[in-house]
Ligand binder design. Structure first.
Ligand code: KDG
Ligand code: MG
Length: 405
């Protein structure tokens, strides 16, 4: 059974997704996600011009060899574009292997370590009260873990806050040039403790609370925040600071016992090796699409398990349902699974294009028992939603200095 055809689809059911379909000589096909938000066409070109021609005629079962061929075998290693391309092929080949074996992918990884996958929902609002109203809705729907983001008074827009938009797709899908957002650390500090005081009062102590700083703080500011939030018992504080320099987290870690999470922009184990090995984080948030697929995530997860670091995959709306399907198989298998970020099933257009087979009940995902990944993509329906150039915003401090996303 060899690889016969590889097709790359770009569709915009609210936002852009790059979907890869690998078809074998016996007609079996598998799907992969290669979406790099705001840089989608770079991956398309990389795949079509540089990756696909090398794979036609290769054994579709040789997942490991193909991964190594695309990673070690090329001069240019790592990087988001390269690794998203590798990841999409890898996911599609796991999908194929599962279909041929007649087994869901989690069985090929080693079977279930738990009955279902705990999810965390997003709550946000223009005020603390609105954020907590939103959180209370999620609690009513059965969620046991919630990420809280609230608008920072005095800033025009705050990341993670929808404002008047009905969903993330309406907010992020149509930005032909990068919009600009502002940031002020003092204004953020004036609000943030109040959010968690109010959250514990309203939601009680049984709900897991999480928060994403989106790398807006320096390491010493993150250390201060971690200490400040200790009484509110967060499940984790995400992206407190950038960790291009992984040493940054030593400073944060030495000051606080608030659990730390990072990794959504990481592309390989090398981006988080020191963070994991030195036990500077508690959760690793890599995504199958951005860190090299199921093969790479399995390896990162096993490495992390030695150091008590748990897997908590990125689950933002810019990862396609194909990536989420892959995550569900990793999550149900991983002995050191922590939690999965989950923002819902998307808008109506997206639901027409992608059909997944896992089910969410009371904030827990029950994984697909279908052979392979349990995800379908409607190529015909996708034609009605062509690619639209769209960017993430750029962030500036109030004096105009460009700041971390
Ligand atoms: O496209 C950027 C998003 O992936 C990011 O803002 C989402 O930080 C994010 C998260 O944790 O979901
Ligand atoms: Mg994040």
């Amino acid at each position: 059974m060899v690889i016969d055809k590889i097709e790359v689809f770009v569709s915009c059911p609210g936002r852009n997704f790059v979907t890869v379909k690998v078809t074998t000589s016996d007609g079996t096909y598998g799907l992969g996600d290669a979406t790099v938000n705001g840089r989608e066409m770079a991956v398309v070109s990389y795949l079509e011009e540089h990756v696909v021609p090398c794979l036609i005629g290769r054994d579709a079962h040789a997942i490991e060899d193909i991964w190594q061929y695309l990673y070690k075998g090329v001069y240019w290693r790592k990087g988001p574009i390269n690794m998203a391309a590798v990841a999409s092929i890898d996911m599609a080949l796991w999908d194929i292997k599962g279909k041929v074996a007649g087994l869901p992918v989690y069985q090929l990884l080693g079977g279930k370590s738990r009955n279902a996958v705990t999810l965390y929902a997003h709550a946000n609002g223009k005020s603390i009260e609105q954020t907590l109203d939103n959180a209370a809705q999620h609690v009513n729907n059965g969620f046991k873990a919630i990420r809280l983001q609230s608008a920072v008074p005095g800033l025009k827009v705050t990341y993670g806050v929808l404002g008047d938009k009905k969903d993330y797709y309406e907010q992020q899908g149509n930005r032909p040039l990068p919009p600009e957002e502002d940031w002020s650390t003092p204004k953020y500090f004036a609000m943030i403790e109040e959010l968690f005081i109010a959250a514990r009062k309203r939601l009680g102590n049984d709900i897991h609370l999480l928060h994403d700083v989106h790398s807006r703080l320096t390491p010493i500011e993150s250390a201060k925040l971690g200490k400040l939030l200790e009484p509110y018992n967060l499940m984790f504080l995400e992206d407190a600071s950038m960790a291009e320099n992984q040493e940054n987290y030593k400073l944060i870690r030495h000051h606080t016992t608030t659990p730390l999470a990072i990794g959504e922009t990481y592309n390989t184990i090398w981006d988080c090796k020191d963070l994991i090995q030195n036990q500077l984080i508690d959760f690793i948030r890599v995504a199958a699409t951005h860190a090299g697929g199921i093969t790479a995530l399995r390896r990162i997860t096993d490495f992390a398990s030695i150091y008590n670091v748990k897997l908590a995959p990125h689950g933002a709306p810019d990862l396609s349902p194909v990536c989420m399907a892959a995550h569900m198989h990793l999550n149900i298998w991983a002995p050191n699974f922590g939690i999965q970020e989950f923002v819902g099933f998307g808008n109506d257009e997206l639901k027409q294009l992608f059909k997944h087979d896992y089910k969410v009940v009371d904030g827990m995902a029950h994984v697909s028992e279908a052979p392979g990944l349990g995800i379908e993509f409607d190529e015909e329906a996708a034609k009605a939603f062509p690619y639209k150039r769209s960017y993430l915003p750029v962030c500036r401090l109030e004096d105009g200095t460009v700041w971390n996303w």
